[in-house]
Ligand binder design. Structure first.
Ligand code: PNS
Length: 161
C-alpha cells in the first residue's frame, strides 16, 4: 500500500505553539507529514522562507515521519509532485471558517483527488496567530509560552537588529 502523505501548508511566519500542536496531532494519523512553507516574499514576511524552513526543521528534527519543504505556486500542484492527497489545516474560531471553506472548495475544484482535513488545536492556542505573535512581540509584549523558545530567540534577535 502506498504511503499516506499529508501536507500541512502555511506561511508559518513564524511557527507558533498552535502549529506545533497540530503537527503533533497529525503524526499518529499519517505515514508522513510534510510541512509546506509558502514562498511568499511579496507578503513581506518577517522571516525568509529559508529561515522559516530551517526553524521548523530544527523543531521537528529527528522525526522521520515529518519533513519540511518550501513551495511556490499552487498547493494542489505541489501535492501532486509529492504524491499527497490530504491537506491538513488548523481551524481555530468561526472566523477561520469562511476563508478555509473557500480554499478547500477551490483546491477540490482544481484537483478533485485532494481532500482537506481540519484539526482543532489545544484550547490554549485557539486565539493564537502568527500575526498576533509578531504584533505583541514588537510592541514589547511577552509571547513566552505561545511560541517555542527557538522562535522567541529569533524574534528577539530580529527586534535587536
Ligand atoms: O498560513 P496561511 O497564510 O493561512 O496559509 C495559506 C496557504 C499557504 C495554505 C495558501 O495561501 C496556499 O495554499 N497558497 C498557495 C497558492 C494556492 O494554491 N492558492 C490557491 C488556494 S485555494
Amino acid at each position: 500500500m502506498s504511503k499516506r502523505i499529508a501536507v500541512y501548508p502555511g506561511s508559518f511566519d513564524p511557527i507558533h505553539n498552535g502549529h506545533l500542536d497540530i503537527i503533533e496531532r497529525c503524526r499518529p494519523l499519517f505515514d508522513e507529514l510534510l510541512v509546506a512553507v509558502l514562498y511568499n516574499e511579496e507578503k513581506k514576511p518577517l522571516f525568509s522562507v529559508e529561515e522559516r524552513v530551517e526553524t521548523i526543521r530544527e523543531l521537528v528534527d529527528g522525526r522521520g515521519d515529518c519533513r519540511v519543504e518550501s513551495f511556490s505556486g499552487l498547493l494542489v500542484d505541489f501535492m501532486d509532485r509529492v504524491g499527497a492527497r490530504v491537506v491538513v489545516r488548523g481551524l481555530r474560531a468561526v472566523s477561520d471558517f469562511e476563508y478555509e471553506f473557500q480554499m478547500a472548495l477551490m483546491n477540490r475544484r482544481l484537483n478533485p483527488r485532494v481532500e482537506t482535513v481540519y484539526m482543532m488545536p489545544k484550547e490554549d492556542y485557539i486565539y493564537l496567530s502568527s500575526r498576533l505573535v509578531k504584533e505583541v512581540h514588537f510592541l514589547g509584549g511577552d509571547v513566552t509560552g505561545l511560541v517555542p523558545d527557538l522562535v522567541l530567540e529569533r524574534l528577539r534577535a530580529r527586534r535587536r537588529s
